[in-house]
Design a protein. Sequence first.
Length: 132
Amino acid sequence: MHESPYLDQDLVAALSHARLAGLEAGYVGGVTAPSTTDTVSARLTSASWWFRSSDGRLTLWQLPNAALGVWLITLVLGRLDLSSPHATAVDGIRRGALLVWALDEVFRGASPFRRVLGAVVLTAQLVSLVRA
């Protein structure tokens, strides 16, 4: 090795021996940094993480939500005494609006809670459509 005024020769020798042994400086195989696992488990159990968007805002609902609005209107219309063809149309629109809302939440939900809620509603709607 040649002499360098900028490197400690003992450090250079230790790194060379470590490389010969198959180790890279700063890496120990099979060990996860405690901060990584602690952060993940803390996030999953934190109510704040579940209900907040990536920019820190609390996001339980957002207005306007067109698909959910259509679903609510058709829910009210479904309570009225409608003829059979109209009741069928209102029911189809209601189911379609809820499917659109659920897909929107799964793919674009602002918080993990909303994405999970969208997945649950989507699953329930698909099961109800298969059974119908």
